[in-house]
Design a protein around this ligand. Structure first.
Ligand SMILES: [Fe+2]
Length: 346
């Protein structure tokens, strides 16, 4: 490959003259912005242990009242991007959020999309667009772009959940902002409940389609887990026992930018994943697993989370010989597909 000229090869006065005109020579940086063959990711394979996060999060509960935090979150920051950037990958933000009994995180809406993966505790709920969504371990709750949401807690133990947002991308686009609002009125009949309970039918105006962009906001873990177990039982030869969280009305990804999946590893199973362009996040809901990604390898205990950069060769392994393992996965696939940069390399 041709060696290109360096910045220090240029006369200082020439560089100063360029800067004065807001000009930059491309060739010293060309290989960095267009590296050969594949990207050079800033995202580093990183693991966050829940047993390390939990005491620090509970301490935050003592140090900072909810009124002073609005959202009491410890951000899972990737050192490859710099901790101050508060991002797990180029497009993914991860945060572990604590709500104590009786606390209230007030209503707001914002341009980034969010989901919650509930990690621990009972009795909390998120009200999204007027629908009160109970929060239980493994449930996935959407708070899509522009929808009002707030969190409350009627239980007696701390509740913790993992927030996944496309904040880094929306912020980079200079499109990130929020609006505060009054407490939402919970509406009993939204059609969403009817949709879930009614075998796929949806109340709609006469011969019109529903105007709801997001007909389903809560994906109960009990349903998702049962779907994975049924799939595994029905197809004993199936290697990848995976389901995608989709918009049930369109069959498309639940949100525009990030994709969400649940995966079951059979006891003792090793599952190599194809190397793909999007970065991925793995969160262990149940069981014990090992994630190997190129030169990095992590053991995941329940509620641990890790991320791997795009184009990584990943092998997942269930380290239990007699129990299944269940993983929640988030990735940047919808974004990559929409932009036309999605790639799979075997
Ligand atoms: Fe929010």
């Amino acid at each position: 490959m041709q060696e290109l000229g360096r910045l220090e090869d240029l006369p200082l006065e020439y560089c100063d003259a360029l800067s004065e005109q807001n000009l930059v020579p491309l060739w010293p940086s060309l290989r960095a912005v267009l590296p050969p063959g594949k990207p050079i990711p800033r995202t580093r394979a990183t693991r966050w242990s829940y047993s390390a996060i939990k005491p620090l999060l509970l301490k935050a509960g003592e140090l900072t009242p909810i009124e002073k935090a609005e959202r009491r979150v410890l951000v899972l920051a990737n050192p490859g991007h710099g901790l101050e950037k508060m991002q797990a990958s180029a497009a993914i933000y991860l945060g572990m959020q604590l709500l104590l009994p009786g606390e209230w995180a007030p209503a707001h809406r914002h341009t980034p999309n969010a989901v919650r993966m509930i990690v621990e505790g009972e009795g909390a709920y998120t009200t999204v667009d007027g629908e009160k969504c109970p929060m239980r371990r493994g449930d996935l709750i959407l708070t899509p772009t522009g929808l009002w949401h707030e969190h409350g807690h009627d239980g007696d133990q701390p509740v913790v959940w993992l927030d996944v947002l496309d904040l880094p991308l929306v912020y980079y686009m200079e499109a990130s902002y929020h609006v505060d609002g009054p407490r939402q009125e919970v509406r009993a009949d939204l059609g969403r409940a009817a949709f879930r309970q009614g075998g796929g039918v949806l109340p709609s105006p006469l011969f019109e389609r529903s105007a709801k962009r997001y007909p389903m906001l809560r994906y109960a873990w009990s349903d998702t887990r049962a779907a994975l177990e049924s799939l595994a039982a029905a197809q004993p030869g199936l290697e990848a026992v995976q389901v995608s969280y989709v918009n049930p009305e369109t069959g498309e990804d639940t949100q525009n930018i990030l994709g969400y999946y649940a995966l079951m590893l059979r006891p003792g199973q090793s599952l190599p994943l194809p190397a793909r362009s999007p970065a991925m996040v793995f969160h262990l809901i149940e069981g014990a697993a090992r994630v190997a990604a190129d030169d990095a390898a992590f053991t995941l205990e329940e509620a641990d989370t890790c991320c791997v950069p795009g184009f990584s060769k990943v092998v997942l392994r269930n380290t239990s010989a007699d129990q299944p393992a269940f993983l929640f996965i988030a990735d940047e696939s919808p974004l990559h597909r929409k932009l036309g940069v999605y790639e799979v390399r075997n």
